[in-house]
Design a protein around this ligand. Structure first.
Ligand code: ATP
Length: 340
């Protein structure tokens, strides 16, 4: 488990100081894939460097598996760091070494026996699908293959935590998918806790269980991914969600929108159980409203479905209120939409 408690990080330079993180609280459970998303400069890299103890917090505690990192001696910390693997946007491979030697590096540095190193590296290369590339050099590999080497190297010392800093940002969408699937497989097979830093909401959608949104050094919103996608609160979170779920009313249906007290324009988000129930049908039958669906979209968020609709309801004003109450009672998130 990774816990950040009331973290503030201030960088001091001559006469200026920059607050990179402010009052950050975060808890990542064992085996969880936790995404941190934010625009450039939000503080994501600083946060990941604190977990790796490359930076010390100005205030607050970084607690890993129950121990505050500041309580370790330098030697203890060096040992503990082996329990944390890291992968990078630009892979950080040694160009002069073969794929095999790159993956072997952490084991060589830990002075493991040659036979043990051979077995472990071959096992890892086969796990990441690169058994035939052991003797190649990084410049003979594609971006996706380089990241697979980076992942194998990060797993060499059997870490319980994997930190991923923009691990797919330099890759095309198809290669990104294959790397994300590999990370998912690692999480499922080894129960490794993962902290994923990204500026792409699609990465969060595809593999994260929980997500925190950062802005100007603060966490502005956090929670389970499906809930954040279905009911974002902060404008920045909303704009990230819009990159994955388009929820604007298409121009060509705008002329169909009617106004007045007998009409309401609503955005409905159905998550989890509300996607499998005939909620709309029951609302029509029991309350007698008319519904015009102007926009609908289904997003698959790992094992869950999020259905987003923009609808126009037509009925007497009191019935419209009753319809909204009915939807909310059935776990549908209802928001009023403006037509212009
Ligand atoms: N070593 C440093 N010295 C001084 N200021 C720094 C240092 N590292 C980061 N900062 C500042 O802290 C703030 C947060 O930076 P950080 O790199 O953590 O953001 P980020 O969200 O990772 O951005 P990006 O996606 O562009 O990498 C920025 O204003 C940055 O300029």
């Amino acid at each position: 488990m990774i816990e950040l408690k009331n973290i503030t990080k201030v960088y001091k330079r001559k006469n200026t100081s920059i607050t990179a993180l402010k009052n950050v609280d975060l808890k990542i459970e064992k085996g969880e894939i936790f995404g941190v998303i934010g625009y450039s400069g939000a503080g994501k890299s600083t946060l990941i460097r604190l977990v790796n103890y490359l930076e010390k917090p100005t205030e607050g505690q970084v607690i890993i598996e129950g121990t505050d990192l500041s309580s370790y001696t330098t030697n203890q910390l060096r040992e503990k760091k082996k329990d944390i693997g890291m992968i990078f946007q630009h892979f950080n491979l040694l160009e002069s070494k073969t794929v095999f030697d790159n993956v072997a590096l952490p084991l060589v540095l830990s002075k493991r026996k040659k036979q043990e190193i051979n077995e472990r590296v071959n096992e890892l290369l086969s796990f990441v699908g690169l058994e035939d590339k052991a003797k190649n050099y990084p410049n003979e590999l594609s971006g996706g293959q380089k990241q697979r080497v980076g992942i194998a190297r990060a797993l060499a010392s059997n870490p319980s935590i994997l930190l991923c800093d923009e691990a797919t940002s330099a890759l095309d969408p198809q290669t990104t998918d294959s790397i994300l699937n590999l990370l998912k497989k690692i999480n499922e097979e080894y129960n490794i806790t993962m902290l994923i830093i990204t500026h792409e909401m699609d990465v969060v959608k595809q593999i994260c269980h929980k997500v925190a949104v950062m802005e100007k050094g603060e966490i502005i919103e956090q929670g389970p991914v499906i809930e954040l996608f279905g009911n974002p609160q902060h404008p920045t979170t909303k704009s990230f969600v819009r990159t994955v779920i388009k929820n604007e009313i298409p121009n060509r249906v705008k002329q169909a929108i009617k106004t007045g007290e007998n009409h309401r324009l609503l955005r409905l988000d159905f998550m989890n159980q509300s996607t499998s129930e005939p909620v709309i049908n029951e609302m029509i039958e029991s309350i007698g409203v008319k519904i015009n669906i102007l926009y609908a979209n289904t997003t698959e968020i790992q094992e869950a479905l999020l259905v987003t609709m923009i609808v126009q309801l037509e009925a007497e004003a009191l019935q419209l209120d009753e319809a909204v109450r009915f939807l909310e009672k059935n776990h549908v998130v209802v928001k009023e939409v403006r037509s212009s």
